[in-house]
Design a protein around this ligand. Sequence first.
Ligand code: UDP
Length: 235
Amino acid sequence: MKKGEMLYEGKAKKVFKTDEADTYIIEYKDDATAFNAKKKGTIKGKGVVNNKMSAIIFELLKEKGIPTHFIGLLSDSQQAVKAVEIIPMEVVIRNVAAGSFSKRLGVEEGTILNTAVFELYYKNDAYDDPLINDYHATALGFATAAEIESIKKLAFQINDVLVEFFKQHGMRLIDFKIEFGRFHDEVILADEISPDTCRLWEIGTERKMDKDRFRRDLGNVEETYQEVLAKIETN
Ligand code: UDP
C-alpha cells in the first residue's frame, strides 16, 4: 500500500489517503492540546503509545464482535484503517464522575455512578464541542435514529469490554470518548482509544494515568503514558 496525500491534520493525528480507495493511513503525533486547544504542548513518545494502544484495544474489540476501522499497524506511529466518513459527534461513556460532568453537575470527582452514563457532544471547535442529545443529533442530521441506536448499543458493549480489560491490567476506567464513522452503510468504531481519550486511575493508589496529568500539570506525563502501554502489553 502506498501513502498518498494528506487529507486532514487534527490536533493529535494526520490522516493520509492511500492507493486503495477504502483505506487511509493514520499517523499519530506527539502534539497535545487541552481545553479546546487553549493549552498546547508536546508529550514525547505519545504518538507511539497511542498508536500501539489503540491497535491492542481495537484488536480486542474486534475479537468481541465490535466492528472497528482498524486494519493493522504499519510502524510505531502509523496504522492502516478503513476509510470512514466520521460522524461529527463525540460519544462519552462515564462510570465514575470526573471532569466536565463533575463541574457541570456539582458531583465530586470519584463518585461512582449508579449506572453508566451515555453522552453526545457535537464536534465543533468554534462552539466548544457542546453537549447535545439524540434529538439534536437527528434534528440536525448528524446521524439517523437507527444509527444512534447502534452507536448507543456499541458504546455500552465497548464499555463492558474495556472496564474488564483495564481492571485486569490494574486500572479503573473512569470515562472515555469514542467516535464512530460510516463505512459502506455500516456504523463502525473509528478514531482512537488511548490515555488521551480515557480517564484511567491506578487500582490501589487512584493515581491518574491519563491526559489529566497534562491538563492539570500533574507531572510525569511522558513516563505515565509509557507505563499505561507497558501495563496493557503484559498479560
Ligand atoms: N475527551 C476527549 N476529547 C475531548 C473531550 C473529552 O477524548 O475533546 C475524553 C476525556 O479524556 C475523558 C472523557 O472524554 O476521558 C470525558 O471528558 P469530559 O467531558 O469530562 O471533559 P474534560 O474534563 O476533558 O473537559
